[in-house]
Design a protein around this ligand. Structure first.
Ligand code: SAH
Ligand code: SF4
Length: 467
């Protein structure tokens, strides 16, 4: 079986032509079928109703269309949308869609987790799980188009989970499909690869003839500070990375997350200007997303503005970016990390509640376990909000926004070992303005557990009395 969505357009054309010929189908069918991969994508061959039913069935058997299933979709007050994709093997990655005027930028992931452990980054805290395949990378764009073709991104940035240049083989193919006229057809200058500077793959990216954009995650103007924030400095040191950028032949962007008291002093702006000016680089100043690093704080607004001005005074083009999607944890890796933490908390509470973690001693009540009906009815945890349509933890107090079922909301989330609660399955938090708090979720679950165990105790006592 061929994973047709992992093939670059020329190769998928060849594979399809060969398959059609073997079946004795006319060659013109290829012209009908190929646009259904990327240009006018279908979720399944069954939806390509312009094709005869027998051909659709045969396509489904021989060239199945890989899907990513949407386990969570959140919409921020500012219009930023975040998607968590279930990869079907217990792993999940996220993409973030950022609308701005006519532009819709989709930030996509290239790996599950990341091995590089930058101290401010939620994905870094997760560690590395695995690389994404070509199809898993590009299908993040495809799935968004399948949700609503009007959401088709105008721009794509590799700024989601993972380090793209540590998964070069797949990213290389994905860049081709994204850019190719028979692929997603997004202009090369609208596609940005963000990296900490993995030099061997950077050289390969530089050799590609297309004008893909490069963003270098710098975050510190000296090797010493960079080393403290980004362990990769040990392997690919700042001077070597700057040299590689000078050879890149295209204008690069330097990404600089402003962290209070770490890298936001005006002298550091001076040092940064010394690096940026010879390259003619644009400096993107990013407010730190606090969810990525609980122990670090974003620079105060006044300091960010002063930092930006200082760079400009040195003749460096600098842009202070707005933080987008703060209420939905839209920084790299945060949604997955948060959901995983909540799932672990719930799982542990569940195990405590059913007596796996603590020795409850002899049963306190005779007769059937009063919790059985709940479990038999598929109740997965002890969170009283865990019912369809109910606001999730952290959404209660301020009149939660209605929870809307995400497409694929009935599917299980990342990791069947931790089935998702109804909250996780159905969360599209529209402007609640609050991020679900793990601590609050824990407190609520513990309260529910206390109430539940009190009522079991009462029932057990009355059953003992009556027997
Ligand atoms: N690994 C690549 C691409 C993914 S990270 C890289 O590091 O460039 C994409 C961007 O998000 C990087 O510029 C990274 O520094 C930034 N980022 C990570 N954690 C962040 C946080 N907590 N707040 C703001 N930006 C963050
Ligand atoms: Fe990895 Fe990029 Fe996060 Fe660093 S910032 S840990 S390289 S994803």
């Amino acid at each position: 079986m061929v994973d047709i969505l992992s093939l670059v357009p020329n190769a998928s054309g060849v594979a399809l032509a060969q398959w059609l010929e073997e079946r004795g189908e006319p060659a013109y069918r290829a012209r009908q079928i190929l646009p259904r991969l990327w240009q006018r994508p279908v979720g399944s061959w069954d939806d390509a109703t312009e094709l005869p039913a027998a051909l659709r069935r045969a396509l489904a058997g021989a060239l199945p269309l890989r899907r990513l299933s949407l386990s969570t979709r959140q919409v921020s007050q500012d219009g930023t949308e975040k998607f968590l994709w279930d990869l079907g093997d217990g792993e999940a990655v996220e993409s973030v869609l950022i609308p701005e005027g006519k532009r819709r930028t989709l930030c996509i992931s290239s790996q599950v987790g990341c091995a590089l452990g930058c101290v401010f980054c939620a994905t870094g805290r997760m560690g590395f799980r695995r690389n994404l395949s070509v199809a898993e990378i590009v299908c993040q764009v495809r799935e968004v188009m399948l949700l609503d073709v009007a959401l088709k991104p105008t721009n794509v940035v590799f700024m989601g989970m993972g380090e793209p240049l540590l998964n070069w083989e797949a990213v290389d193919g994905a860049l081709t499909i994204l850019n190719h006229a028979d692929g997603v057809a997004i202009g090369a200058r609208h596609i940005t690869v963000s990296t900490v500077g993995i030099l061997p793959s950077l050289a390969k990216l530089a050799q590609r003839p297309e004008q893909f954009r490069l963003a270098l995650s710098l975050h510190a103007p000296t090797p010493e500070l960079r080393h403290a924030l980004m362990p990769i400095e040990k392997k690919y040191a700042l001077p070597a990375v700057m040299e590689a950028l000078a050879r890149f032949r295209r204008r690069v962007t330097l990404e600089y997350v402003l962290i209070e008291g770490k890298n936001d002093a005006l002298e550091q702006a001076d040092q940064l200007a010394q690096l940026a000016r010879p390259l003619g680089a644009l400096v993107n100043l990013l407010p730190l997303h606090p969810g990525g690093a609980p122990d670090l704080s974003p620079s105060p607004r006044a300091r960010m503005i002063a930092f930006e001005r200082r760079l400009r005074r040195h003749g460096v083009e600098a842009v202070l970016r707005r933080s987008r999607g703060l209420d939905i944890s839209a920084a790299c890796g945060q949604l997955r990390v948060e959901l995983e933490a909540r799932r672990k908390v719930r799982h542990r509470l569940r195990r405590v509640a059913i007596g796996e973690d603590i020795d409850p001693g002899p049963p306190q009540y005779p007769g059937p376990d009063p919790r059985e009906p709940r479990r038999a009815a598929g109740v997965q945890d002890f969170d009283r909000h865990a019912r369809p349509g109910a606001p999730g933890p952290g959404h209660g107090e301020r009149g939660a926004a209605p929870a809307v079922s995400a497409a694929g909301g009935e599917r299980r989330g990342a990791g069947d070992q931790y089935p998702m609660s109804a909250f996780q399955k159905s969360t599209v938090s529209r402007g609640s303005g609050q991020r679900p708090s793990i601590t609050r979720a824990m407190r609520r679950a513990a309260t529910c557990f206390r109430i539940a165990s009190r009522s079991w105790g009462t029932r057990a006592a009355s059953e003992r009395r009556s027997s």
